[in-house]
Design a protein around this ligand. Sequence first.
Ligand SMILES: [Zn+2]
Length: 431
Amino acid sequence: LRLTLILIFFAVTFASISFVFYSIEQALKWAEPVIVSARENPPNTSTTFALGKRNFFEALLEEGITRQDANSVIAALKKTEFDFTLLRPKQRVTIERDYKDRPVRVRYGWDKISTYLARRLADGTYVAGRHEIPTIRKTVTIAGAVESTVYGAILKLGEEVSLTAKFIEIFGWDIDFSSDTQRGDTFVLILEKIETESGEPVGYGKLFAGQYNGSSVGLKRGFHFDHPDKKHQGFYTENGDQMKQFMLRAPLNTLRVSSRFGFRMHPTLHRRKKHNGIDYKAPTGTPVWAAADGVIRTAGRSGAAGKMVVIDHGDGLQSYYMHLSRIHVRTGQKVSQRKAIGRVGSTGRSTGPHLHFGLKYKGKWINPRKKKFGKPKKLDTALMPDFQKIIEELSPVLESVAASIPPLPKLSAEPEIQGEADAPFSEAGSD
Ligand SMILES: [Zn+2]
């Protein structure tokens, strides 16, 4: 009996101790969630991706946003100046999600300085706005000498590709940079450079003056004039002739393409054949502009020409744009010079992306390089004194900067291979 009592005592003691431990364990288990919810929510997570070739709605769905949220984000952006027709594949989107995986912030990086932000409100709708980082504008001169192409010279100077647009802005009516430039040509631009406060380059602002001195184009020099009538604002020569002319020298940014006009071997027929236009070899998607004001006569597929746009400029003159990948205009639509009418492509009889540009005058193909249309407009004599002041201020700057451009190294005795700009166009066959 004594032994039994001792055993019972131990058993009871053990059970009691076990119960106490069990109770403590349970108490801890119950307490745990309380401790967790007293902490802050887990931090938001964010993902960043490029838009790519998707539209914005598709991109949001592919990144796991619900249809409803995607619609709400887009509805909020539509209330801002966000332009859904100008989205580019390289633009980046950042989605910030909370611990419940709800997109609380959707940020759309428009360019280096502006961002659109859509914020989720408590009721699940979104509100959006545009944000810009502060920038500084400095007036600078950019000058250089051409070794093979102006594009190459720009890159060598450490400038940005967007500077090519400034050359077109002032010289687009006079110079085809894919064929008119020669080794040793020099250029000077006086313009605004835009930077962030930390000195990061953003782009270029106003162009005040520029000159291009080339062995085949001669000396071209222009000054910007803030004409009181907005439609006459732009560049004028020292004599007061407007640099803008009836027809652009080429219907695309020629700093980034190569071209050739005239006879050449037809790649599929293997015989010499008259080539009725200029081929500009350019990456698919390069914007193609209306060479002059006019009315769209054709916009659509046309056999070997592929996707084609024809513009009627009046007085028997029409311009042709072939092998496009995309067309942005409709038949009957009025277009003004430099309006983007489509994109370079390789549709129709073509073996590589290029633009075939042709001009027809009174029913016959003509060489766009050999004929000038219209006369330059003159600045009113009453405005000449104001314009003269600008010339007096900027002309000496152009001259002194041009004089300080270091000469190019001498070429070796070996004849150098011609630059890309002069290479005959041989990849694509087009009629
Ligand atoms: Zn062609």
